[in-house]
Ligand binder design. Structure first.
Ligand code: MSP
Length: 666
């Protein structure tokens, strides 16, 4: 087991307000920090802001304020966003703070005294947006190799860090430590970069060109290059050179970064640390980009996603969930509001929310809000003699292991998917056990078992997701009557933690379904699902939604009712029969060709004993349009028609009057 975990985000520039990319790295770090605490590992989570340099100076000039004012104004936005997003950072470092500047000066002086920094004439190409120098051969078609913008030729005296001398050592180190740069393809990218000669790093800017930075301790005509200043935050925040014990206590770190800042973190930073005689970071993990649709997010395209708006509109936890579930770490991911809503409705409103509603309302209805089931560990263990219960428990344990593996491999998306699959398995378990029938036939012990097992599943799955959705999962655990709303991993690996008699509280829908604009236009969503709550669970502060959230209070535990969500997944459409014939070798089946709007489809229907093929031509019937295609007697059927049957009698459902084919049936 790791004995401690120190995790960092990049420190963000204060030239502009935070966007979804910044939010992503910070939420990721938060989720990892929360899991680590859950494992009982001592954890330190650092984020902060990068406040010096040209970018900030320029933004300040454009706004007609000083760079410090620019930083002070923007940092508030970052801090407010982290608060809103439930970020549990242990420290927030600003590079304009004295505690940081002091360490930067100390590092510079130390390296200067040791001859690692020297003064020389420099002649090179400078990219202002990237704030980096490049040599002639670095340029790509005379443009900056990083951002592809024009570069300026600059000749001036500067200070240099002897980075070049560490190339061979660094290559060796990277090769021998596969965990050092992750994912693999990013490691190869850095190794590729290191194939060429590694230049020394220019670490100063003459004050006459840039005033906004930390003055070099050995030459007051210069300020420190912003990257050299910024990277030091990772050690200044934990007391390097000031509180040695504290520093040794936390270092080395796991650095989370975006792929845009790979070279600075995997080449500049390790060589700086090496020159200082410090251990290397444990891991530098570079994630991909959030794209908006297929495009890069940019102010000029006007497609920048504001995380505050998303959190306001859909809830913080849902936003956190989407970001973690959707991005395969390392790869780019696409953000669209549509995909957000789709995932929200499927995973959270339907699968997860549904399970909670079922459990809570049935315990309310059948057991007056008190959890039935085992009173001690032995009784809980006995439940596992039932193969269905044991198989569900095994699935839950798979979800626990899957999450642990996901964390090790930095594939949180897989960990989260594993939990959702356990949730779905539990929903199937409930459906298959038919508790409403058990209640009707007074099979008390069996009913209690089903309710208890489903509640146990909620305990484990909510615990596993609590680092991702801390507030909602805590609410859920409170609803189950649990006091320990901040779970420990050990608890999640155990079976039978809930005890009979715990007070189960109906807190209303945890994830109110989001009604899409399409559904609104159809007038199909609200109003239909608002079944009154008949459960006797004690209802507390229902989280009724805003304009977009529908406060659906289904109570599908009543007999075999389905929710409106369930029903609305079935797409019923009108279809006009244009061809019909018997299928050879059977006396029951007909092959039909129908028109549904523009679409022509083939169906197989077991109605040959009730209708002559010719009688069907021209009829407008009703078809389940989204049924999974199936082959019946070798003939593909893409949909199913609806008919009323009683005994031997069968009559097709048709439409009363004229309506276009392909019309929705509701
Ligand atoms: N100040 C430097 C970092 C210094 S660290 C010692 C910097 N700041 S930044 O404000 O530009 O933030 C860059 C980081 O923001 C990326 O590395 C990444 O973590 C995050 N993201 C910014 N845009 C992003 C996306 N579109 N998608 C995902 N994350 C991205 O660079």
């Amino acid at each position: 087991m790791k004995h401690h975990f120190y995790v960092t985000t990049p420190i963000y520039y204060v030239n502009d307000e935070p966007h979804i990319g910044h939010a992503y790295t910070t939420i990721l770090a938060d989720v990892l920090a929360r899991y680590s605490r859950m494992e009982g590992v001592r954890t330190f989570f650092l984020t902060g802001t990068d406040e010096h340099g040209q970018k900030v100076e320029r933004a300040a000039r454009a706004a007609g304020i000083t760079p410090q004012e620019q930083a002070d104004r923007t940092v508030v936005r970052f801090k407010a966003l982290w608060k809103k997003l439930e970020i549990t950072n242990d420290d927030f470092i600003r590079t304009t703070e004295e505690r940081h500047k002091q360490v930067v000066r100390l590092v510079l002086q130390e390296l200067y005294d040791r001859g690692e920094i020297y003064r020389a004439e420099y002649d090179g190409w400078y990219c202002t947006p990237c704030e980096r120098f490049f040599t002639e051969k670095d340029l790509v078609e005379d443009l900056c190799p990083e951002c592809h913008r024009p570069v300026e030729r600059i000749t001036e005296t500067n200070y240099f860090f002897r980075m070049g001398r560490y190339r061979d050592w660094l290559v060796e180190y990277i090769r021998e430590h596969p965990q050092f740069i992750q994912p693999d393809f990013r490691r190869n990218e850095t190794l590729g970069f290191l194939q060429q000669e590694l230049n020394d790093l220019c670490i100063s800017r003459p004050k006459r060109r840039l005033g906004w930075g930390i003055e070099l301790p050995f030459d007051s005509d210069f300020v420190t290059y912003v990257w050299f200043d910024a990277l030091v935050n990772y050690i200044s925040a934990i007391g390097y050179g000031v509180d040695e014990k504290r520093f040794r206590d936390w270092w080395p770190a796991v650095h989370l970064i975006g792929k845009d800042i790979l070279t600075t973190h995997t080449v500049y930073w390790p060589t700086m640390l090496r020159a200082l005689g410090l251990p290397m970071p444990r891991t530098i993990f570079a994630h991909g980009w959030w794209l908006v649709g297929r495009s890069k997010m940019s102010k000029s395209l006007g497609n920048v996603v504001n995380p505050m708006d998303m959190a306001e509109k859909y809830g913080v936890d849902a936003f956190r969930y989407f970001l973690m579930a959707e991005m395969a770490l390392g790869q780019d991911a696409e953000f669209t509001e549509e995909s957000f809503v789709r995932r929200y409705n499927t995973d959270l409103a339907n699968d997860f929310g549904n399970l909670l509603r079922r459990v809570v309302s049935m315990i309310g209805r059948y057991r007056d809000g008190a959890l039935p089931g085992p009173r001690n560990a032995d009784e809980a263990a006995k439940l596992l003699n039932d193969p269905d219960v044991e198989s569900l428990r095994a699935k839950l344990m798979l979800a626990v292991e899957g999450m642990e593996r996901g964390l090790q491999e930095m594939r949180l998306d897989r960990g989260v998917a594993g939990v959702l699959s356990a949730v779905r398995a539990t929903n199937r378990f409930v459906e298959h056990s038919r508790p409403w029938d058990l209640a009707r036939s007074q099979k008390h012990a069996e009913l209690d078992r089903v309710l208890y097992v489903a509640a146990e599943s909620l305990r484990v799955t909510s615990g596993l997701l609590s680092p991702v959705m801390p507030e909602k999962m805590a609410a859920l655990r409170r609803a189950l009557g649990m006091k320990a709303v901040d779970p420990k991993m050990q608890e999640l690996r155990s079976w039978g933690v809930l005890r009979a008699g715990m007070e189960v509280v109906d807190i209303g829908p945890l994830f109110p379904r989001v009604v899409t604009d399409d559904e609104k236009a159809d007038g199909t969503a609200s109003g239909r699902s608002g079944r009154s709550d008949r459960g006797r669970g004690k209802r507390k502060n229902s989280t009724s939604g805003g304009t977009k959230m529908e406060n659906a209070r289904e109570d599908e535990s009543r007999e075999e009712v389905v929710t409106y969500d369930d029903f609305s997944r079935i797409e019923l459409r009108t279809a006009k029969v244009v061809e019909a014939e018997r299928i050879e070798g059977t006396d029951k089946l007909l092959r039909l060709e129908v028109l549904m709007g523009e679409e022509r489809r083939q169906l197989v229907a077991g109605i040959a004993q009730h209708y002559e093929p010719d009688d069907l031509i021209g009829k407008t019937i009703v078809v389940v349009a989204n049924l999974k295609p199936a082959k019946i007697r070798g003939v593909e059927s893409r949909g199913m028609l609806l008919a009323a049957t009683r005994g031997e009698n069968l009559r097709l459902l048709t439409v009363d009057g004229e309506i276009a084919s392909g019309a929705q049936v509701r």
